[in-house]
Design a protein around this ligand. Structure first.
Ligand code: RFL
Length: 389
């Protein structure tokens, strides 16, 4: 039984689906947004925080940036710590001179939900899509929503991707072989911005989020159970790897969340066909080492909105036909840099432990860090890719 007919049925109210939905409403295209979780869960899910200049520009131009422009914080520097000390890269003065805006993903999502509803959008929480066939989306309760197009913005494990791969779309994938314990702490930042610490015990990261919340990462072996990490163990390990004896203590606080993220990346070779098109993590997963995921979601949502607009309002399908060619080169640039960052932070894949290969890998890591510390050309490369998308 069909329950609604729309220009575009969007599955998933994360950054990709919500940016797309807002852009479509703004262009006068009716859409239905389906989200399997309830609003409180969507509003409260802390993940990304770094928005590239391009993402901020797209959100600003489309009237979606009021919150991030007032509450977001501009980051212009990052720090690296290793066995030869500490250095800061002022990336606002390097590369293209672009900066990051740090704005917690859940706050961006909350703003996007509010704006989508203000624009009169149809957003259904607690509604799970189970199958996509042509333009028909079947729901858990047995009803259907139909659209001329379906946008799969339902993340890496969603049905959008599963539907395309079941029809033969291939994936290029990479397993970085390491995991991160991702910790969210009710603690003010301990460094002015982002800190990357290289240590024989593994990488540790510090990402300022707000004045009272900081994200930390600890590289850990694959298969780590986050429950084995007590608060004490987390802070002790962070202090060791971030070399607080040398650089001063961390500002600690209660751990709000801890989860293990396996660093994996993949890209769908064709992010859509016929009525079904994907954006965000559904179209490809990128390891969090360079904080690109939410930014790729914004990029793809913007491209897809333009392509749907041309197809639905002008009968011009060339934007959809070009979607892969428009977005994949930029997606691959982001993956290349993310992979480069992973090499810097962890050494080459498979070089963990204490053997000859691990020692070789560690020296490569330090040589890359040293090059970044001393070479202006290397710093420009870093800045351009770190802030760009
Ligand atoms: P999301 O955010 O996963 O949203 C997908 C939505 O789809 C819903 N859904 C369904 N709804 C209806 N029916 C179904 N069958 C459904 N199946 C799924 C889900 O409930 C969900 O609400 O995907 P989207 O929109 O593509 O956005 C991607 C970003 O969330 C992701 O790339 C980033 O969070 C990655 N990431 C970071 N990206 C950055 O750009 N900068 C960062 O600093 C950054 N830090 C991070 C990150 C990801 C992390 N984790 C958890 C892997 C830090 C971490 C720890």
């Amino acid at each position: 039984m069909a329950t609604a007919q729309a220009g575009v049925v969007i599955v998933g109210a994360g950054p990709a689906g919500l940016v797309l939905g807002n852009l479509l409403l703004d262009r006068g295209i009716d859409c239905v947004l389906l989200e399997r979780r309830d609003r409180a869960a969507v509003d409260g899910r802390a993940r990304a925080g770094f928005l590239a200049a391009r993402s901020v520009r797209v959100l600003t131009e489309n009237g979606l940036a009021a919150g991030l422009l007032t509450r977001g914080r501009t980051h212009t520097t990052c720090q690296f710590r290793g066995d030869r000390g500490e250095f800061t890269l002022d990336y606002a003065t390097l590369g293209r001179g672009e900066v990051h805006t740090v704005y917690p993903q859940q706050e961006l999502v909350r703003d996007l939900v509010a704006e989508y509803l203000r624009r009169g959008g149809d957003l259904r929480f607690g509604v799970e899509a189970t199958h996509v066939t042509g333009g028909r989306v079947r729901l858990r309760d047995g009803t259907e929503v139909t659209g001329r197009y379906v946008a799969g913005c339902d993340g890496h494990r969603g049905i959008g991707r599963a539907t395309l791969t079941a029809h033969g779309t291939r994936t290029a994938r990479w397993d970085h072989g390491v995991s991160w314990l991702a910790v969210l702490a009710a603690a003010p930042p301990s460094m002015p911005a982002t800190g990357y610490a290289l240590h024989p015990r593994g990488f540790a990261g510090h990402m300022a989020r707000t004045a009272s919340v900081t994200r930390y990462y600890l590289q850990c072996p694959r298969g780590t159970d986050p429950a084995n990490w007590s608060e004490d163990r987390i802070w002790t390990e962070l202090a060791t790897r971030m070399r607080t004896a040398e650089f001063g203590p961390l500002r600690t606080g209660a751990v709000l969340e801890q989860a293990v993220v396996d660093l994996r990346s993949d890209v769908l070779e064709a992010p859509g066909a016929g009525p079904l098109w994907l954006a965000g993590d559904a179209a490809g997963l990128i390891s969090p080492s360079a904080a690109k995921g939410a930014n790729l979601a914004v990029l793809q949502a913007e491209l897809l909105a333009r392509a749907f607009e041309a197809a639905l309002l002008r009968g011009d399908g060339s934007g959809l036909a070009r979607y892969a060619a428009d977005c994949l080169p930029r997606v691959w640039r982001a993956h290349e840099f993310s992979h480069w960052m992973s090499g810097l932070l962890h050494g080459p894949v498979g070089a963990d432990g204490d053997g000859d290969e691990a020692r070789y890998g560690r020296q490569l890591q330090y040589a890359r860090l040293e090059s970044l510390r001393t070479s202006r050309a290397h710093q420009d490369f870093f800045a351009e890719n770190y802030t760009g998308i």
